[in-house]
Design a protein around this ligand. Structure first.
Ligand code: ADP
Length: 335
C-alpha cells in the first residue's frame, strides 16, 4: 500500500541542510494499522507528511498504492489527497463553520452536488456518533467531539488511507480510548489502512498491528506490536515500553536485590495467557514462586500476560524448561 525505499528528508536551516529523516525503508500493508513511535523531534511528522506529499522527499522513492508520489502533477496530487485522509492533534477545524459544514468542506472542494453532500455528511456524522451535533460550532464541542469531526471530515472523500498525526495527544485518557476504538472500528469495518504517529506506547498497544520506532531520524526497530512491545530490543523502544508499563528497563518495579532465587520474565500470548500453568509447573518442579510484577492485558485484540517471578528452591532449570515447552517465552533477568 505504502512503500518507502531509501527515502530521506533534510531541511535547510540557517543555510545548512539538516537531516530530519535518514534514508529508510518501510512497507505498510493494505488494511493494517501501522504505528510510528518516537520522541519529539524524531522525524515522525516529517515521515507521515511525506505520504500525502505535504512534504516532498529529498531523495529515495515513495510509492502510495503503486504510484510514485514524487512524480505526481497537480491533478495527481489532488487525487492522492482524496485517497489519503488526515487527522491532526489540534483538529484543524474551521471555527466559522458548523460541524456539518466542516465535514462537507472536502466534498464541496471536490465539486460534489449538494444533495449528495448532505446525505454523505449525515452518514459520516452517524458513523462518528455526532448525528445530534451537526449544527454546533467547534467551540461548543469537547476535544473528543472535535476529533470525531476531524475523523468524519477525513473520511468524507472515501479515502483508502487515513493518516493520524498525534490524534489523541491532546485528549484525556478516557476520550483517547473512545477515539482509538472508533479508529479501530473504521479500520475493521471500512478496511482503511491507518498510519498513526504517537509518542505513547499505550496508543500503539491498543490499536496497532505493527509498529516502527524512530529515533533521531532513523528507523531503529519495527515489527508486529506483539513482538516489539513484549520483547523490545533497541534502548529507545525499551524506554517507551517501560514508561508504558511503569517499570524500569529490566521490566522490574523495584530493585529486587533483596529477593532470593532466579528471576524470570514469562510472556504468555494468545489463548495461553489464561492457562493455569504457573501453579502446576511450580508444583512439578518443587519450586516456590514469588510474583514480583505482572500485567495481563491486550495488544489490540490479542490477550497477553507478562509476569516477573522469582523461583526459589526446587529445580529452577526444570521449571524453566517446562515453561518453554508450554510455549511461554522465558527471559532470565537474574540467573
Ligand atoms: P517529530 O514529529 O517526531 O516531533 P519532526 O518530523 O517534526 O519530528 O521533526 C524532525 C526534525 O526536523 C526536528 O529536528 C525538527 O526540528 C526538524 N524540522 C521539522 N520540520 C522542519 C522545517 N520545516 N524546517 C526545518 N526543520 C524542520
Amino acid at each position: 500500500m505504502i512503500r518507502f525505499q531509501q527515502v530521506h528528508k533534510s531541511y535547510a536551516v540557517g543555510g545548512r541542510q539538516v537531516a530530519a529523516l535518514h534514508p529508510l525503508d518501510l512497507e505498510i500493508e493494505a488494511g493494517e494499522v501501522f504505528g510510528i513511535i518516537g520522541h519529539s523531534g524524531a522525524g515522525k511528522s516529517t515521515l507521515i507528511r511525506l505520504i500525502n506529499r505535504l512534504e516532498a522527499p529529498s531523495g529515495g522513492q515513495l510509492w502510495v498504492e503503486g504510484q510514485d508520489v514524487a512524480a505526481l502533477d497537480g491533478d495527481g496530487l489532488r487525487a492522492l489527497r482524496r485517497r489519503v485522509g488526515m487527522i491532526f492533534q489540534h483538529f484543524n477545524l474551521l471555527s466559522s463553520r458548523t460541524v456539518a459544514q466542516n465535514v462537507a468542506f472536502p466534498l464541496e472542494l471536490a465539486g460534489e452536488p449538494r444533495a449528495r453532500i448532505d446525505a454523505r455528511v449525515a452518514e459520516l456524522l452517524e458513523r462518528v456518533g455526532l448525528a445530534d451535533q451537526a449544527n454546533k460550532y467547534p467551540a461548543q464541542l469537547s476535544g473528543g467531539q472535535k476529533q470525531r469531526v476531524g475523523i468524519a471530515r477525513a473520511l468524507a472523500t472515501g479515502p483508502k488511507i487515513l493518516l493520524c498525526d498525534e490524534a489523541t495527544s491532546a485528549l484525556d485518557p478516557q476520550t483517547t480510548a473512545s477515539v482509538l476504538s472508533l479508529l479501530a472500528g473504521i479500520n475493521r469495518e471500512l478496511g482503511l489502512t491507518i498510519v498513526l504517529i504517537t509518542h505513547e506506547m499505550d496508543v500503539i498497544r491498543r490499536v496497532c498491528d505493527r509498529v516502527a520506532v524512530l529515533d533521531a531520524g532513523r528507523l531503529v526497530e519495527s515489527g508486529p506490536v506483539t513482538e516489539v512491545f513484549l520483547h523490545p530490543r533497541h534502548p529507545t523502544t525499551r524506554r517507551f515500553v517501560s514508561e508504558a508499563e511503569h517499570v524500569d528497563e529490566n521490566g522490574l518495579h523495584a530493585d529486587f536485590a533483596a529477593v532470593h532465587g532466579r528471576i524470570l520474565r514469562l510472556t504468555f500470548l494468545g489463548a495461553d495467557t489464561y492457562a493455569p500453568l504457573l501453579g502446576r509447573i511450580a508444583r512439578e518442579a518443587g519450586v516456590d514462586y514469588n510474583i514480583l510484577s505482572g500485567r495481563i492485558d491486550r495488544i489490540r485484540d490479542t490477550p497477553y500476560g507478562q509476569l516477573v517471578v522469582a523461583l526459589v528452591g526446587g529445580d529452577a532449570d526444570v521449571a524453566q524448561q517446562a515453561f518453554e515447552s508450554a510455549g511461554v517465552t522465558v527471559e532470565v533477568l537474574r540467573a
